[in-house]
Design a protein around this ligand. Structure first.
Ligand code: PMV
Length: 287
């Protein structure tokens, strides 16, 4: 019995941290992700992974039995940068095992089966990463209760992702924001309101850019950016991005830059000349 499965990564376009307090956020699945191959064979389950993460083997057993499988994981997502690498792994694994067993679970069943692995990495995650990884597209999300996930029309733009090389700890960053309330409540409310502006401007990169810029300024204000992230945002803006912001919990991670259409390649080579790890991403939809 063999099976192959894939889960995609994600980026948060607008609304991180405010989403913890009931505001909406917009996030999209990206055309990068994690592929998993499984082969049934006797003996203890083995893992061959290109990502070196000590938590991986323990987390794996929340989804895969301890005996009977050889698991191979390949990813082009950066690990621990807020791009949903654990959710992509979880969804890829669940789909690969289901394929090997001849099952075809629907998206909701894939999400349910993937959540224990996501929890092994993130404690009490909202489920947004797993939902996007399983379903693709771009969604407006509210954590609830009740949770809501509204699919939005998929825009034609691409983004350039700039890697800070630093990993942030989501749980610590969320706790830090909580500790700074009520001082940061006005900023959190403004971020929530910006999500409406982002939705209205979704199809128009030039109009969306300033919304992302303001979102980044507010993320700085609530204390989750870093000097390196601010520097990458400034570099992206100077290079002509419509808008740029940190994406995800912060404390490192990645910057998302919205580039003028057709300019992605020039933009990327400029960043690479500066020694910045960067790549182009577009919203991923299931075909
Ligand atoms: O680390 P990420 O990209 O999964 O971002 C977490 C997003 C937060 O809003 C900071 C936390 C959350 O649970 O929504």
């Amino acid at each position: 019995m063999t099976g192959v499965g894939r889960g995609s990564g994600k980026l948060i376009l607008c609304g991180e941290h405010a989403v913890v307090y009931g505001h909406p956020a917009i996030a999209f699945a990206v055309d990068r992700g994690t592929s998993v191959d499984v082969v049934a064979r006797p003996g203890p389950t083995t893992l061959d992974a290109d990502a070196d993460d000590a938590r991986l083997l323990g987390a794996l057993h929340t989804v895969v039995p301890r005996d009977g499988w050889a698991v191979k994981v390949r990813t082009d997502l950066p690990i621990g940068r807020g791009m949903g690498s654990s959710a992509a792994l979880a969804v890829g694994l669940v789909r690969a095992l289901a394929a090997a067993r001849g099952e075809s679970p629907d998206d909701a069943a894939v999400e349910d089966a993937a959540m224990p692995l996501e929890r092994a990495f993130h404690g009490n995650p909202s489920g947004l990463d797993v939902a996007l990884s399983a379903r693709g597209g771009i969604s407006k999300y509210r954590r609830g209760p009740p949770r809501s996930l509204e699919q939005l029309p998929v825009p034609g733009w691409t983004v350039v992702v700039l890697d800070s090389g630093e990993a942030g700890n989501t749980a610590d960053l969320v706790a830090g924001v909580a500790a700074r309330r009520p001082g940061v409540d006005r900023a959190l409310e403004r971020i929530g309101a910006l999500v409406g502006d982002a939705e209205a401007a979704l199809g128009d990169a030039a109009a969306l850019g300033p919304v992302l810029d303001e979102n980044h300024a507010l993320l700085r204000e609530i204390g989750v950016s870093t000097p390196r992230i601010d520097e990458l945002v400034a570099i992206a803006k100077r290079a002509g991005a419509h808008g740029a912001k940190l994406s995800g919990a912060g404390g490192g991670g990645v910057v998302l830059a919205l580039t003028p259409s057709g300019r992605g390649a020039t933009f990327l080579s400029h960043l690479r000349d500066l020694g910045i790890e960067a790549w182009e991403c577009r919203p991923w939809t299931r075909t």
